[in-house]
Design a protein around this ligand. Structure first.
Ligand code: NOJ
Length: 568
């Protein structure tokens, strides 16, 4: 059967059923799984998703207008990156009021409308909770800064410098320069792990803890289903402010390289997470953490000793595999599996170069995008897609320093171009500004919008978008893909990543040729209790897929995908 027909016929099988994921909408599945384990999450960067009022910036009404699209795609929950009032120094990650919406995105009424329409569509909303710091324009900080005796002085980290103008210690901000800023009025320094406009809150102060916990309660009352917790690693600092050990050399921003021993991952963070979790549990909510862990032991700790902290600490170690290496993926998956919790792998977000470019070879990027989708959406755990990934959006990095919007791109140019490239407007059509806005958007649309956009891809059965739709459908309907264990196969194969997902007497086989050459693989499933199984293709990009029946050696074209249901 020619490729087009295989894919088209599979599409009809899949879409012909006409159903979409009611499964993930229930509070808990038939197997007693909490809703978030069967849900597909989708990250929306509100500035760049949909612009309803044609001012060049996305907004909440824009998101509401795209709920049908998200539902049809197979999304069960959206994570909104910060849309609270903010001076926008870090595009919303500098919050000046946690209980409102920034006028550039709309109003609280717009949020309520989005929430109620999303609910009707069976889509949950999780918010981004920026816990580590506020904006320097937040009323708490303005008060704190006003005098050494202010009621909120101790809500932030203030210290005397060493001598005249020297900071209290050697810590550097991850966004460049010293992590301390001297306030000329009160002659003390405040600590900021990120930009100087993002002062760190003092989580050792019970008043801060109470105020921040109340923020989550406030949003739960408004119907949100959980939070993505920003920068949890950095909540606490060593009370003695000891210097970090230097590692020699300089980083991409020209600052001394150091081990962030005394200002990241302090054990006290776990007390906060346990208490935050109690509130989440009272509200049936999920906590997903931005957890930049170095190894699986660190990741494990974020689940909590008694699984009482984050339900899903993001496995951002997965993003360190930047090439199509079955061995590296196997290692990462095995490590995450050994953590004992419910995995949440990450392949892309608003801080990381798009997966289309990270894995693409410049020639077969569309095939590789499907390959990566097949990997990402068939692993055990909850996926968290990044907007535009489903149409193969590419990075569109600034061409010159003057074009850069993200401050780290200005500081680090040209080695560090910042994160604008992965934040460009969603490509809806092949019309002006990719149908995002009638005026030039805040970031330039990638030229790929002519071919890679929702409208065009919707009509092409072989598009990346339709491949995602079919995969998401499978994910929602195959019990083995929802709940099955991960069983690695052919572990020494350097080119083909291959595994089973097994649930009770059901098994789905996933075969991914990560190489640019043809591969012929044979599988012996006898050790897994599956001697002489029959295979029926569920989804494949092969031009000549094996016919249904006995599982025989499979001839795999470069970068191809073969997903099949096995039966005895
Ligand atoms: C992590 C967020 O993902 C990133 O975009 C932001 O700049 C920092 N935290 C600071 O909030």
């Amino acid at each position: 059967m020619p490729k087009k027909l295989v894919v088209t016929s599979l599409l009809w099988v899949v879409l012909g059923l006409g159903l979409h994921s009611a499964i993930a909408q229930q509070q808990a599945s038939a197997e007693g799984r909490p809703w978030w384990q069967h849900a597909v999450f989708y990250e929306i960067y509100p500035r760049s998703f949909a612009d309803s009022n044609n001012d060049g910036l996305g907004d909440l009404k824009g998101i509401t207008s795209k709920l049908d699209y998200l539902k049809e795609l197979g999304v069960d929950a959206i994570w909104l990156t910060p849309c609270y009032p903010s001076p926008q120094v870090d595009f919303g990650y500098d919050v000046s009021d946690y209980s409102n919406i920034d006028p550039i995105y709309g109003t609280l009424d717009d949020f309520d409308r989005l929430a109620s329409q999303a609910k009707r569509a069976g889509i949950r909303i999780i918010m981004d909770f920026v816990m580590n710091h506020t904006s320097d324009q937040h009323k708490w900080f303005l008060d704190s800064k006003s005098s050494r005796n202010s009621a909120r002085r101790d809500w932030y980290i203030w210290r005397d410098g060493k001598g005249s103008d020297l900071p209290p210690n050697n810590w550097v901000s991850t966004f460049g320069g010293s992590a301390w800023k001297l306030d000329p009025t009160t002659r003390q320094n405040y600590y900021h792990y990120f930009y100087p406009q993002q002062p760190d809150l003092n989580w050792r102060n019970p008043a801060v803890v109470a105020a921040m916990f109340d923020v989550t309660r406030w949003w739960y009352k408004r119907g949100v289903a959980g939070f993505r917790l920003d920068a949890v690693d950095t909540l606490f600092e060593d009370p003695e402010l000891r210097d970090n050990p230097l590692l020699g050399g300089v980083n991409r921003l020209g600052n001394p390289r150091m081990e962030n021993k005394y200002n990241t991952k302090l054990p006290e963070v776990h007390d906060v997470l346990r208490n935050l979790r109690k509130i989440a549990d009272q509200n049936g909510a999920v906590l997903i953490g931005e957890t930049w862990t170095k190894n699986v032991d660190e990741l494990k700790q974020y689940y909590g000793e008694h699984s009482d902290e984050l339900q899903m600490p993001m496995d951002l170690m997965f993003t360190t595999v930047n090439k199509l290496s079955p061995a590296d993926f196997r290692r990462q998956i095995a490590a995450a599996e050994s953590a004992g919790g419910w995995p949440i792998y990450v392949i892309g977000n608003h801080d990381i170069k798009r997966s289309y470019n990270r894995y693409g070879d410049g020639v077969h990027n569309d095939e590789i995008a499907k390959l990566m989708a097949a990997l990402y959406l068939t692993l055990r755990g909850t996926p968290i897609m990044y907007y535009g990934e489903e149409i193969g959006m590419e990075n569109n990095d600034p061409k010159s320093k003057d074009d850069v919007r993200d401050p780290i791109g200005k500081v680090g140019w040209p080695q560090e171009k910042g994160r604008d490239g992965e934040r460009t407007p969603m490509q809806w059509t092949d019309e002006l500004n990719a149908g995002f806005s009638r005026v030039p958007p805040w970031l330039p649309v990638s030229t790929s919008y002519k071919t890679h956009n929702v409208a065009t891809e919707s009509k092409d059965p072989n598009s990346i978008l339709n491949f995602y739709k079919r995969l998401l459908f499978l994910r929602h309907h195959e019990p083995a893909l929802l709940d099955g264990e991960y069983v690695p196969l052919n572990q020494n194969d350097p080119n083909v990543l291959c595994y089973l997902r097994r649930y009770k007497d059901q098994a789905v086989l996933i075969v991914l040729n990560m190489s640019g050459s043809e591969q012929n693989i044979s599988l012996d499933l006898t050790p897994h209790g599956l001697s002489a199984p029959k295979a029926t293709a569920l989804l494949t990009t092969l031009n000549r897929p094996p016919s249904s029946g006995d599982l025989k050696p499979i001839l795999l074209e470069p970068f191809s995908v073969y997903i099949a249901k096995l039966s005895r």
